[in-house]
Design a protein around this ligand. Sequence first.
Ligand code: AMP
Length: 144
Amino acid sequence: MSLHGSYDPNNLFAKILRGEIPCVKVMEDNVALAFMDIFPQSRGHTLVVPKNVTARNFLELPREKIGPYLERVQRVALAVEEALKPDGLVITQFNGAPAGQTVFHLHFHIIPRYEGEKLAGHGHSNKADTAALEALAAQIAAAL
Ligand code: AMP
């Protein structure tokens, strides 16, 4: 899917936001939902998804929603840092399939980096154990 097109209300993250598909939740308020990536590129890979929007990508996010949403992204990133003590953090997002986007509801990735540990490629990770993700989510949530 290119940068341009219409929002599909049945995309994976829309279903997660509606509770139709489970997720391992880190935090939720009226602006955003944060949950663990089930194919983590590193330990603690977390996604932050804006609520009540039909933005497929960052370019489509209404301007007045940018501040509140990015505030949540930073808040979750700070909690990931405090909980997991990584040596670095990649905070990124992809716009359009040619850029690497696979789910077409805007989301930011928070990907901890640990010195000496290789990063799994985007879209090339194994499915994580749910109990392990739940333990990480609880650690991060406790640091919020
Ligand atoms: P992107 O490729 O940037 O659109 O990111 C989509 C992300 O969603 C990838 O990092 C996937 O590993 C992740 N993902 C796919 N299915 C699920 C799921 N059911 N729950 C949580 N994360 C998922």
